[in-house]
Design a protein around this ligand. Sequence first.
Ligand SMILES: *[C@@H]1O[C@H](CO)[C@@H](O)[C@H](O)[C@H]1NC(C)=O
Ligand SMILES: *[C@@H]1O[C@H](CO)[C@@H](O)[C@H](O)[C@H]1NC(C)=O
Ligand SMILES: *[C@@H]1O[C@H](CO)[C@@H](O)[C@H](O)[C@H]1NC(C)=O
Ligand SMILES: *[C@@H]1O[C@H](CO)[C@@H](O)[C@H](O)[C@H]1NC(C)=O
Ligand SMILES: *[C@@H]1O[C@H](CO)[C@@H](O)[C@H](O)[C@H]1NC(C)=O
Ligand SMILES: *[C@@H]1O[C@H](CO)[C@@H](O)[C@H](O)[C@H]1NC(C)=O
Length: 663
Amino acid sequence: MARTSNIALLLMLYHVFCTAEMPEEPLCTEVIAGKDYDCEGLGLQELPDSVPDSTEILDFSFNSLFAIYHFTFSRLDKLEYLDLARSGIAWIYDDAFSNNTRLTTVVLTGNSIVYIAESAFLGATSLQHLYLQKTFISDLWLIPMKSLSNLETLHLGSNYITSIQLPDDTPVTKLKTLNLELNHISRITVENSNTFKHTDNLTLILKGNNIEYIEPNSFNSSNLHCLDLTGSAWNVDLSSVLKGLNGLRADSLRIGTFNDMNVDKDVSPSDMNCLCNLTTKELSLQYQTFSDDQKTFPCLAKIEKLDFTFTDLPRFPGLSKDNLLKELLLNHNQFSSLCSISSETYPLITHLHIARNMKTLDLGDGCLKSLTGLVYLDLSQNIFMHPICCSSSFMGLASLRFLNMSSGNQLTLQNPALPDTNKTEVLDFSYSPLRIDKAFSPFSNLADLKVLNLSNSYVDASNRQVFKGLENLVFLNMEKSLFQNGVLANDNLFATTLKLETLILAKCKLREIEGQAIKKLKQLKHIDLSGNNLTVFNTNLFANLTFMSLNYAFNYITTIPIDFLRNISNENTINLSHNPIDCSCSNIDFLSWYKSHSNLFLDKENTVCGSPPSLVGTELYKVSLSCGTSWLKIIIFIIVAVATIILVICFIRLYKKRFYSSI
Ligand SMILES: *[C@@H]1O[C@H](CO)[C@@H](O)[C@H](O)[C@H]1NC(C)=O
Ligand SMILES: *[C@@H]1O[C@H](CO)[C@@H](O)[C@H](O)[C@H]1NC(C)=O
Ligand SMILES: *[C@@H]1O[C@H](CO)[C@@H](O)[C@H](O)[C@H]1NC(C)=O
Ligand SMILES: *[C@@H]1O[C@H](CO)[C@@H](O)[C@H](O)[C@H]1NC(C)=O
Ligand SMILES: *[C@@H]1O[C@H](CO)[C@@H](O)[C@H](O)[C@H]1NC(C)=O
Ligand SMILES: *[C@@H]1O[C@H](CO)[C@@H](O)[C@H](O)[C@H]1NC(C)=O
């Protein structure tokens, strides 16, 4: 009996010590030597020896661990970040991380966890972020919260949790984010939300739970940073959830729903009235719809930022007097005019977003004139009804610094385009085709303008006065502007924009830039001439080449005379990709210069030869030409040399023969 058990023991030892060594161990990738290793998806059942003890970051996801024991990662005592996503872990045993005192982050996403020992995290005293999404956890009591005293982030999304109640001994003082999204929580009671009275500035994410009821006082005197209830209450009146938020204080409250969620119930005035009993600075109602009897929003007076994106509103009813509103998002609604948003009811506003309106929008006359403090106005992605822009529409906006009119329909600019009072610094008309009368200088009263985006606005550059007055302009994008005959001429568009640092002239069908066209722009740092028809790479165009980046990609440059490269320094960057560079001996000077200065060039993989045919597509740095010394010449040289040597030898022999025969 003893003998058979000995044999069994031997067999077992054999298995443990010998078979384990047999298969070739797959190698983890060394990301940073000694510190960062990637063992993702190698089917590993244990930590391989090739991962050194000094490792700080370890990606061990998509392996086959099954369980974590006290010895599994114990030798990695410098470990800070451990990714164990989808590694088949079901059991996490006692002291699993007890030796990893520096561990701050453990990702356990996608493991079907059955058991976590009470002392699993004991010793991992630095643990701050624990990710347990999709781990089939149905009960928060499974997690030994007591030992997680420094925890800041606990992510439990996409599980089967039904209650938000944390174990009583959970240390919550450091907890910043508790994410319980997409679980099965349907009710919240005073009893099981008790812990949240002791947190400070917590972000509590409950979105995607079908919460039907919150007991009043559940959050009374809770201080939250953010409470996210997006997508809750889709079977019931919103008020059955909102009534439970009485006494809540939060920086941000989200009670919208999701784009793809078909909620039949409109938000009623009595639902909105519940908001009178809580305090929040920001409120999001994205994707909700409101019943027609919503005349005003009386309980929003203390809110500073309101998000009504995609709420199907044909008119925004406005707020009650003396409200504190600073930012209003009204994107993706059904307004027919800028006058439909009751702007006179929130005069303190600084940021207004009305983008992607679903109806043709009438800019109207002076609809926003009471918003004297408005700094930021986003009207992008709209179709305007009377597309005359915009000095009468934006009357009174004395503080406006940022105006986004991009991606709209064709606009005819007035002269000037914006009213005289304005201080606009950023103006975006990109992707809105502009009509500007030939004699107009529509921006002439915008002395504060720094950024002007006219890309894809098809501005006709034959109007030389178009940028008159833009004395402080730093950034100008003119991509796809129209230049007569493809020439950027000397008599100049840029006569007053002397502070320009970035000039984008991409895709303007330019074939020529005259010598003085850009020379006045002494501050220019970036020029983008990509996608034109240029054949010349000319560095003499620029007043001050130091530190400049030159983008000449997608042109027709073949050869570059060495003279144009002499004033290039190590501070320049050049993008010459997608040009048909000539790789024959006639361009050898440039090709060798390129090799010795390749650090200056961007996108070297696409900086390739366009000729001769044998080298088309070869990266320039791979080309090695021997010009001036061809193989034929070398062979002739060798033949001549050999013949000379033979002749010399023959002469010496002849001489010796004569010498000896003469004795
Ligand atoms: C509250 O938390 C948020 C994000 O977690 C943070 O940005 C903010 O500074 C915190 N506020 C205070 C007062 O600690
Ligand atoms: C909410 O909490 C405060 C302070 O804790 C308390 O005075 C008040 O009675 C509570 N409100 C209700 C309705 O219970
Ligand atoms: C607001 O709270 C008060 C008492 O705290 C309560 O009487 C009232 O019904 C609440 N209003 C709503 C709309 O919940
Ligand atoms: C203007 O809005 C568009 C999209 O609507 C955005 O891509 C762009 O960045 C905005 N412009 C500025 C200057 O922020
Ligand atoms: C226009 O250019 C500005 C400045 O680079 C940029 O912030 C903005 O996003 C651009 N607009 C669009 C629609 O890309
Ligand atoms: C080079 O320029 C092209 C065209 O503007 C651009 O698409 C590409 O990203 C640039 N390459 C780099 C590395 O900046």
